[in-house]
Design a protein around this ligand. Structure first.
Ligand SMILES: Nc1ncnc2c1ncn2[C@@H]1O[C@H](COP(=O)(O)OP(=O)(O)OP(=O)(O)O)[C@@H](O)[C@H]1O
Ligand SMILES: [Mg+2]
Length: 612
């Protein structure tokens, strides 16, 4: 990845972070969150009930202590009656037990909820990325795809693991404890609530500062990564030109600013957390003085004061926890925002809402029958380049056509439209009369197979890669397909034969061997329409002739479109189409076009000359 791209990410990520928690409230992020949580409604409700129970039990503890002081101890002191105190203590023990059990269940339930949501999100994201158009992936670098798939999902997962329970607990504590205090004694409660004034001020400051610090750390770490990628992506050049010293200096300074940014983040927290404790302690002092006076005046009992003092701890402490998790909320909110943005990108070729079934393949053997292909006034262009101004073309079922023309004429584009990697801007492409847009993807991939020059093989064995054509094929069928196109010999010679590992991206096979595997795959798939785009360009002459011979067998009865610059490949075609500027300029049997003095005969003459 280029450094420019990384800087782009840094800037983009930083911009989206400025909204901080407000980002969580943005519409599309919220929509995503709801859509993830909706199927989990029962668990969400259950989890909420558990946390409310835990908090009510936590609230009951201090209240029971107060009541025990006021109503349990006097009978014991004056009449030696232990029963009331014992009852209150038992109540206290029960409250503590309920709190412990409910908390444990809550944490587990929350973890489970998070796990389910994250699993679903990761799955959705992967499937969606896979379906997004190639044009999307051309500008959305793979580094960003990885960052969405890994770090953004992680930050949401972290939130569920340790942030969200703190948030929910803190919010509930504030509400319940606040309400409890107001019910117990409202003048004293108002004194405590006054503590919110400095607290609010402190929190506003903290949010602003920590958002800035967080942004700065993200920016600096992105720069560190840029430098890292550049250095090790070009390690040969670095060593060849003795650039280590300079790189070391640059890295040292970037690393230094990252450390400084992190330090700033810690400093902000170092003010906020003790600040909250201070407010809590001052509030305790004030409650003790004012409450003491009220006790002396006989307005409240000692137990109520004790309850208040115990409540105070629960009131301010959770806020401190919240500040610890502020960054994790912030990054989860930003992540959610980015993920929802990606998930709302429309896929290039949407699945049909109402699929139209293709008519059954007619002919002696369904396996061998082709389908009619028709382009009707197809206009198409990539973002700003118009490629096909209006293509009309009918290929009857079972015909093999060769599509030739100069580089950039639009041949590959025609092939991609036929395989529905893109949809036409205007007009339509039909398969046996059915618009490709009405054919489900699953069906289309069985009916139309495109073999290109870039034969991507997946990690696994040769047999696995051939079987991609038809996953339920037996080993014998796989081997028969390979032999049919002349790949049997080289595969048998590999160590391990059909089980030989092809390596990453098929790197252990030569380019020509990969092409043969791709052919075997296409042959096994037995599609109605086979499109070969420069599919034999990497083979040597003997292999090409072998494939050529095999193609006659494979293509019998199928509809085929062969695109090639080497015109030897074109000889097996029934019909040649010459494409120029996205239009068919010549159309006819090869022999007839060769006899006339049009573009095809000129192309053919050039090709002959190049062989001589
Ligand atoms: N992904 C893309 N984004 C933008 N423009 C594209 C893209 N792919 C092709 N083009 C443009 O569309 C035009 C037609 O390209 P196409 O690949 O269809 O030509 P071609 O006839 O297959 O050429 P070749 O013989 O070199 O394979 C070219 O001008 C090309 O620059
Ligand atoms: Mg091409």
């Amino acid at each position: 990845m280029t450094s420019g791209a990384w800087r782009g990410i840094a800037a983009e990520d930083a911009d989206e972070v400025t909204g901080s928690l407000a980002a969580l409230l943005r519409r599309r992020a919220r929509r995503l969150l709801f859509s993830l949580l909706r199927p989990q409604q029962a668990r969400v409700t259950g989890t909420f009930v558990l946390i409310v129970t835990a908090n009510l039990a936590a609230l009951a503890g201090p209240w029971l202590v107060g009541v025990a002081i006021d109503r349990g101890i006097p009978p014991l002191l004056h009449g030696g009656d232990l029963v009331p105190l014992a009852l209150y203590v038992a109540g206290f023990a029960a409250a503590v037990a309920v709190q412990a059990v409910a908390s444990r269940a809550f944490i587990y339930s929350m973890g489970k909820l998070g796990e389910t949501v994250v699993l679903e999100l990761r799955q959705r994201l992967f499937l969606h990325f896979q379906r997004l158009p190639v044009s999307f992936h051309e500008h959305y670098t793979s580094g960003r795809v990885i960052s969405r798939q890994v770090s953004d999902i992680d930050s949401i997962s972290d939130l569920f693991d340790d942030g969200l329970d703190a948030l929910v607990s803190a919010a509930l504590s504030l509400i319940l404890v606040g309400a409890g205090m107001l019910l117990l004694d409202w003048p004293l409660a108002l004194v405590v609530l006054a503590g919110f004034v400095p607290l609010a001020w402190l929190t506003i400051w903290f949010r602003r500062e920590s958002a800035a610090a967080y942004r700065r750390t993200r920016e600096t770490i992105a720069q560190v990564i840029v430098h890292f990628v550049e250095t090790f992506g070009g390690i040969r050049a670095v060593q060849a030109f003795r650039r280590e010293q300079r790189n070391e200096e640059i890295f040292g300074s970037l690393n230094g600013s990252y450390a400084a940014a992190s330090l700033r983040s810690s400093r902000v927290l170092a003010v906020y957390a003790p600040g909250i404790t201070l407010v809590g302690n001052v509030a305790t002092g004030v409650v003790l003085c004012y409450g003491g006076l009220r006790v002396i005046d006989g307005d409240i009992k000692v137990g109520v004061l004790a309850t208040f003092l115990l409540y105070l701890g629960r009131f301010f402490d959770p806020l401190q926890d919240l500040s610890q998790f502020y960054n994790s909320f912030q990054s989860a909110a930003a992540s959610l925002e980015k993920l929802s943005g990606v998930l709302e990108e429309p896929p290039a070729v949407p699945e049909p809402a109402r699929p139209v079934p293709l008519p059954p393949r007619h002919g002696p053997s369904a396996q061998l029958e082709g389908r009619e292909v028709r382009f009707e006034a197809v206009r198409f262009g990539y973002r700003d380049t118009a490629v096909l101004p209006g293509l009309d073309l009918t290929i009857p079922a079972g015909q093999t056509v060769a599509l030739v023309g100069a580089t950039g004429a639009g041949k590959t584009t025609v092939a991609r439209l036929l395989a529905r990697f893109y949809d036409p801007g205007q007009g339509r492409v039909r398969l046996d009369g059915v618009d490709l847009r009405d054919v489900p993807d699953q069906v289309l991939r069985q009916e139309v197979v495109l073999v290109t020059q870039e034969n991507f093989l997946f990690t696994g064995s040769v047999a696995d890669n051939i079987r991609l054509g038809r996953p339920d094929a037996t080993q014998a069928e796989v081997e028969a397909a390979a032999r049919a196109i002349g790949a049997g010999t080289f595969i048998s010679a590999l160590p391990g034969g059909y089980q030989a590992d092809v390596g990453k991206r098929g790197g252990r096979l030569s380019a020509g061997q990969r092409q043969l595997v791709a052919f075997a795959r296409a042959f096994l798939a037995a599609p109605a329409v086979l499109v070969l785009d420069e599919a034999t360009s990497l083979l040597d002459i003997p292999s090409e002739q072998l494939v050529q011979g095999a193609l006659r067998t494979i293509l019998a009865g199928r509809t085929a479109m062969i695109i090639a610059h080497r015109l030897s490949t074109v000889e097996i075609a029934d019909r040649v189409l010459v494409l120029s500027g996205g239009r068919v300029v010549e159309d006819g049997p090869p022999a007839r076009l060769l006899a006339s003095d049009g573009e095809y005969s000129a192309l053919h003459a050039d090709w002959r000359d190049s062989l001589a």
